[in-house]
Ligand binder design. Structure first.
Ligand code: FEO
Length: 166
């Protein structure tokens, strides 16, 4: 049986994952508005993945017999100054998510909740990938702004658009 404090931490993280989905969909809409459809498609896929992350927490809490409490999700930012500004926001956001996941792992360990500790390992690995993806895009956008300008930006847009948005 999951302890109340662990349940509350996982419930809060579930809501954060749903917020991440909302944030990235908002960012996708921003890229649509500036006609960078590849970036928009990439972020739409990311939004879907974040919803799936939230549902992993939901499913785990159900499996543990815990009562889930859905709460209001704050409105995400809707405008960014540039593609680089947007992806620096993605990277900073993912770094915050990583810190929250690590806090949840610390709590599970302190409570000797080995099932939750185990469940969270997937998220630890996932966060490494999430930060790496965002960091790579930030790096390339910085290059695009100082070296090859618009041509590289459009190449990136084309490349990111292949991620498989539906
Ligand atoms: Fe589900 Fe991007 O963290």
């Amino acid at each position: 049986m999951i302890k109340d404090n662990v349940r509350d931490a996982l419930n809060a993280q579930m809501i954060r994952e749903f917020f991440s989905s909302y944030l990235y969909l908002s960012m996708s809409a921003y890229f649509e508005s500036i006609n960078l459809r590849g970036f928009a498609a990439w972020l739409k896929v990311q939004a879907k993945e974040e919803m799936e992350h939230g549902m992993k927490f939901y499913g785990y809490l159900v499996d543990q017999g815990a009562r889930i409490t859905l709460k209001p999700i704050e409105g995400p930012k809707t405008e960014w100054g540039s593609p680089l500004d947007a992806f620096e926001h993605v990277l900073a956001h993912e770094q915050k998510v990583t810190a929250h996941i690590h806090d949840a792992v610390d709590l599970a360990a302190a409570e000797k909740d080995y099932a939750t500790f185990n469940f969270l390992q997937w998220f630890i690995d996932e966060q490494v990938e999430e930060e790496q993806n965002a960091g790579d895009i930030v790096y390339r956008l910085k290059l695009a702004s100082v070296e090859k300008g618009v041509a590289l930006l459009f190449m990136m847009d084309h490349h990111l658009g292949k991620r498989g948005a539906k």
